[in-house]
Design a protein. Structure first.
Length: 136
């Protein structure tokens, strides 16, 4: 089982969280998958009796970081991204300012990245709570 590090968080988001664009039962399955990955990754590093105090602290810090990233991805996907997609879809801009074909094609990717950036910058309390719950 692989763990989530800072460099692969967006890859994790694109492969686990993002596959279904339509809201519905797929989103419930994605949520369960993300929870499973976060919980499984938090158990990958051994924290046995032979681990030193420094190793245990490093493991705990890594688990906290991974759970925070997973929580940020879930909140971005479930709450922020639908709002951005709705705003983009209901744009009534005049033709010179209307979205181009490229903007329409890559709009979902832009929404995903922007949603994740918003959640990371906002430091939302729901992310803190979800990250704590993922550590249990």
């Amino acid at each position: 089982m692989s763990t989530i590090d800072g460099s692969s968080a967006l890859t994790f988001f694109d492969t686990v969280v993002r596959p279904s664009v339509v809201l519905g039962t797929g989103d419930q399955r994605e949520f369960q998958d993300v929870l499973g990955v976060a919980r499984a990754s938090s158990r990958t590093a051994p924290a046995g009796a032979d681990a030193t105090e420094e190793e245990r602290a490093a493991i705990d810090e890594q688990r906290a970081k991974e759970s925070r990233e997973a929580a940020e991805m879930m909140i971005a996907r479930l709450f922020i991204e639908p709002v951005l997609a709705s705003a983009r879809e209901h744009s009534q801009a005049a033709p010179p300012f209307a979205p181009t074909d490229a903007e329409k094609q890559f709009g979902a990717l832009t929404d995903a990245k922007l949603a994740l950036n918003v959640v990371k910058a906002a430091r939302l309390p729901i992310v803190d709570r979800l990250a704590r719950d993922l550590l249990l």
